[in-house]
Design a protein around this ligand. Structure first.
Ligand SMILES: [Zn+2]
Ligand SMILES: [Zn+2]
Length: 190
């Protein structure tokens, strides 16, 4: 170790005149006390690349942290609904038994307002035509009859509950979103 005098003469730093490049591991002679990489262009390029990658990851982290819970809820619900529509792709509307050319929804039997703990329960959600879902409030009488045929009495009764209240935290919503994106992908692959 030697003491280097910084050019303005005010500060003194004790550093080794030779260093080990943190990219390639080669030994190099410092021309600046703060230098941590050698003078080779590929090492400087590599450091720039790593810095930009770290900056991008940091931006993503900050964006994620700034998302409100409602946004995670939206993403989880849309991943879940999409999975339900794919799972029921060969089925007609659970309420009216029709096949139609219009939009398909994923309709809850017990509403998410009344039974929030059943929001992501697969027995509680089925492919439904847009008119039944939007205009007939789910057309629940016929939904109930068809549900009985699809999942059977035991599961209909189990679904009715009681169930412990579920509070979906942000980490819960992230794992639900990712789980259903994965399950949808597997169905699409067939
Ligand atoms: Zn190097
Ligand atoms: Zn319908």
């Amino acid at each position: 170790m030697t003491t280097l005098r910084i050019p303005d003469g005010k500060a003194r730093l004790t550093v080794s005149p030779t260093g080990t490049c943190k990219v390639c591991g080669d030994t190099f002679t410092r021309f600046k006390s703060t230098q941590t990489i050698c003078a080779k262009l590929k090492c400087a390029t590599q450091v720039g690349k790593l810095q930009r990658k770290a900056e991008r990851a940091d931006t993503k982290r900050r964006k994620d942290a700034a998302k409100p819970r409602s946004q995670y809820m939206k993403e989880a619900q849309s991943a879940f609904n999409r999975y339900i529509r794919l799972r029921d792709v060969a089925q007609p509307c659970i309420s009216c038994g029709r096949d139609h050319q219009g939009q398909w929804h994923a309709g809850h039997f017990h509403s998410t307002g009344a039974r929030p703990e059943l929001r992501f329960n697969e027995d509680n959600c089925h492919k439904q035509c847009q008119p039944c879902n939007t205009h007939l409030h789910g057309n629940l009488l016929r939904y109930g009859e068809e549900l009985l045929g699809r999942i059977g009495n035991v599961r209909v009764v189990a679904l009715a509950g009681p169930h412990p209240p579920l509070k979906f935290t942000i980490p819960d919503l992230i794992s639900i979103r990712d789980e259903y994106r994965q399950k949808a992908k597997e169905l699409e692959r067939g």
